[in-house]
Design a protein around this ligand. Structure first.
Ligand SMILES: Nc1nc2c(c(=O)[nH]1)N[C@H]1C(S)=C(S)[C@@H](COP(=O)(O)O)O[C@H]1N2
Ligand SMILES: [Mo]
Length: 500
């Protein structure tokens, strides 16, 4: 580093201080809670604060990697700020301490503002800022060589050592705040056999068609959690609170011992665009929610079931929907396995017929009876509709958009859903011509999606295919295009492709 220009050395010194601060904070967070780490806490604050269009853009652009993109973005901003601060601090060291104090304060404030926070959540950011300041003092020294060069000397060897140390501390911190103990706890769960098993659906066998049951590893994931909530089955408690005659508290064991039912249910996200894949179908194992509510005894007027996650996220579901006979579940299993960590381990809610944001709370810890007049859940506060039944949807899975297919018979296939109403018919048309009835997979009920297929006699050229479904009530899916906000997208899925 000898020949390096002083400015670059100072910028690197700034980055080294920031790296030490972030890494030691991460290490400290392992002793407090992974969610208290400053990057996680600031990220969570950003997630809660960003306006709807930005969030939709992020989900569209980064998809399942939106969380990674956010963390990378925060890292880039911190690195840039640290480099600039390093350069400034060579002349005015106080700027370095000021920025560290500011970032430490911001991290601590963001951590304390998390719904699940305790006062100790401020510590990691403060520890990090203090360590960063200590390293800054060591890296920027008064000139002892009597030279008249402006600014302080940067201890270049020290920068390398600090970067190395930050790497080690950071690696240890990431490991300790990781999820291996949760994975172990999940692997140790022995789910009882269901006392009541619902019918099993069947699929069509077409290449490129979404399978009838979605494997857990392929199931879409949507949530606001940058850090997975840590709930160990042995400590788990589900509280039923609010406007009920008999408040209840159940352990994980209590839930497993209540007699579990297994049901195939398709869930879907309100953010799903026309043609999108934010939906999945699984066999859910769980306790019927209606039975739990009957025991708790909702008071008259308690028309909203507010479900709350360990990290403070909330969904509001109509009490009437939870008790109208549909298979609303407090779920513990997914496709024969305990819930995966990303899908709510150890306990989540599943309610057929409603979008996930008003029903499918993961990492569930509380069910509070309230009213729609008295409480707005997480996304309702951000102007999404409080009532959000799933809209009829159909999608072409194969061929893919812009594919080139051989002219002649081509199998066109996809899925359609309209939970609670069911899918009665799917129709496909080419180039705006007459609608053709697709063949449907066998049906077990109204709450799962249905695969469909149709054999198209493709004439050569650039062609357009469109699909529409009719639900069990006889309503044809609307062609009118609407964006997901505020209650779900509508419109027919169409693809353009080439036949030759
Ligand atoms: N705790 C928590 N639960 C949540 C969410 C969330 O952000 N936090 N998102 C909901 C949304 S918007 C959807 S669509 C479903 C998605 O469930 P999945 O990730 O298992 O597919 O979870 C719901 N449950
Ligand atoms: Mo969602």
């Amino acid at each position: 580093m000898r020949g390096m220009r002083p400015t670059i050395a100072a910028a690197l010194a700034g980055i080294a201080c920031a790296a030490v601060a972030v890494a030691t904070a991460q290490l400290a967070a392992a002793a407090v809670d992974p969610g208290s780490a400053p990057v996680a806490a600031i990220g969570a604050a950003v997630v809660d604060a960003v306006p709807e269009p930005v969030k939709e853009f992020a989900i569209r652009t980064f998809g399942e990697y939106d969380k990674l993109a956010l963390l990378a973005g925060i890292g880039t901003v911190i690195a840039a700020l640290a480099a600039a601060t390093g350069v400034a601090a060579r002349r005015r060291p106080w700027t370095g301490y000021a920025v560290l104090a500011l970032l430490g304060g911001a991290g601590a404030a963001a951590a304390l503002a998390r719904p699940a926070a305790s006062p100790s959540w401020a510590l990691p950011s403060l520890v990090g800022a203090a360590c960063g300041a200590g390293v800054l003092a060591m890296l920027l020294r008064e000139r002892s060589d009597g030279s008249a060069a402006p600014g302080r000397a940067v201890d270049r060897r020290g920068v390398l050592i600090a970067l190395g140390g930050a790497g080690l501390a950071g690696a240890a911190g990431w490991r300790l705040t990781g999820t291996s103990d949760l994975e172990d706890a999940r692997a140790a769960v022995d789910l009882p056999a269901p006392v009541d098993v619902g019918p099993a659906g069947a699929g069509l066998d077409v290449d490129g068609l979404t399978p009838y049951l979605t494997p857990n590893a392929d199931f879409y994931r949507v949530d606001t959690a940058l850090v997975l909530p840590r709930l160990l089955p042995e400590d788990y408690r589900l509280r039923i609170t609010g406007r009920v005659a008999n408040p209840m508290e159940l352990s994980y064991r209590d839930l497993l011992d209540r007699g579990l039912v297994e049901r195939e249910i398709t869930i879907s996200c309100v953010s799903n665009e026309v043609g999108g894949n934010l939906a999945g179908n699984a066999r859910w194992l769980g306790v019927p929610l209606a039975g739990l509510l009957a025991e708790a005894g909702p008071e008259p007027g308690a028309d909203q079931v507010v479900s709350r996650s360990a990290d403070g996220w909330t969904a509001g579901t109509p009490t009437a929907v939870c008790t109208d006979g549909r298979d609303a579940l407090v779920a513990v299993g997914m496709n024969g396995r305990p819930l995966p960590l990303e899908h709510g381990f150890p306990v989540r809610m599943i309610v057929p017929g409603l979008y996930g944001y008003v029903s499918a709370t993961k990492w569930l810890v509380e069910i509070e009876l309230s009213s729609f007049a008295d409480f707005d859940a997480y996304w309702v506060r951000r102007d999404w509709d409080a009532q959000a039944p799933v809209k009829t949807f159909s999608r072409i899975d194969t061929p893919k958009p812009l594919a080139t297919v051989p002219a002649g018979p081509v199998t066109v296939a996809g899925v359609a859903w309209a939970q609670r109403r069911g899918i009665a018919r799917v129709e496909v048309r080419a180039d705006g011509g007459p609608w053709n009835e697709a063949e449907l997979a066998p049906v077990i009920g109204e709450d799962t999606w249905r695969q469909w297929k149709w054999t198209w006699d493709a004439a050569p050229g650039r062609r357009t295919l469109e699909v529409r479904a009719t639900d069990g009530d006889g309503a044809v899916q609307t062609s009118e295009r609407a964006a997901p906000f505020p209650n779900g997208a509508t419109g027919w899925h169409s693809i353009v492709l080439n036949a030759e």
